[in-house]
Design a protein around this ligand. Structure first.
Ligand code: HEC
Length: 128
């Protein structure tokens, strides 16, 4: 019987090593630097404070005035353009990333927090 103890301990250790990274996987998201200081709030959103920082970080490299050649000529660096394309933006970022229309193109999802902000901003009337 006693001989089994080290074996059992070995199993426990292996289980900890295998499961440990999953137990802490939510930390990965906490380590991503938020673009806005109030992380996931969806109240009183404005283009300037909440939406521009998201697009600047994730979309400007293809959709700013200077870089729009990489973004099919579509510019998303000003209020009027983003307001006009709001629902298209919302749709594209909500697609699964293996969908040909997924945005950011070739990148990874901006995440539910930012997607929720874009949706809420539109629902609140796309305030500047
Ligand atoms: C690597 C370059 C690249 C990045 C980064 C990128 N896009 Fe795009 N985007 C494109 C290209 C190219 C097109 C045109 C082809 C198409 O429609 O898929 C496009 C098209 C779009 C359209 C369609 C506009 C319309 O006329 O309906 C939207 C909306 C859009 N992108 C939103 C975004 C958003 C939001 C981000 C950031 C989260 C983003 N894109 C990041 C390259 C990019």
């Amino acid at each position: 019987m006693d001989k089994l103890i080290p074996i059992r301990l070995g199993f426990v250790l292996i289980a900890i090593l295998l499961l440990g990274p999953f137990a802490c996987s939510s930390d990965k998201y906490q380590n991503i630097k938020p673009v806005s200081t109030d992380s996931c709030s969806t109240t009183n959103l404005s283009y300037a404070a909440d939406i521009r920082p998201i697009l600047e970080a994730k979309c400007d490299n293809c959709h700013s005035d200077a870089n729009s050649g990489s973004g099919g000529g579509i510019v998303l660096d000003n209020y009027n353009a983003v307001k006009a394309l709001g629902s298209s933006i919302q749709n594209r970022v909500s697609l699964p990333n293996n969908d040909g229309s997924f945005m950011p193109k070739g990148g990874s999802s901006i995440g539910t927090c930012k997607i929720d902000k874009i949706s809420a901003w539109i629902n609140q009337g796309s305030n500047p």
